[in-house]
Design a protein. Sequence first.
Length: 185
Amino acid sequence: MKKHLITACLYTLITAVGLGLVYPAVITGISKLAFRDNADGQLIRYNGKLIGSRIIGQPFTGPGYFHSRPSAAGLGYDASASSGSNLAPTNKALPDRVAASVAKEKDGADVPVDLVTTSGSGLDPDISPETAFYQVDRVAKERHLSPETVRSLVQRFITPRQFGLLGEPRVNVLQLNLALHQIVR
């Protein structure tokens, strides 16, 4: 019995170390060699300073920037609390929140739905091209740029469907705002 107990404990220890430490370290090392940008979280640096990630949304609320989708994650864009709002259409809090977002974003035309509704994770870094084009006039006016200049910038940052059929065309808000920031007036 003692021999079996020692054998079981050794196998447990070997398995825990092998599968809990060695295997993840090897796979992480391989991924960093083969897919460096993806393995590090697709981080974006500007002038040597970390400013965000291509795959995690962040708030942009100033009138001179393209706005992201609203976030329901924690206190907003909190990656440790990723989730949607889980509010049912019958919950009064949902239409109230959407109405407040519409009032804040309203710019004459109908507000695109992804500018006033949260994504499933609450961390979506992308908006639809329609939502980006909706914001062009406001951003151009605030930045003292022509709408055509800003519209062409949006056009450059549209990512098409993957393989031509998966997902929807999208615009990464952080990358678009970074490019906008780099335009010399």
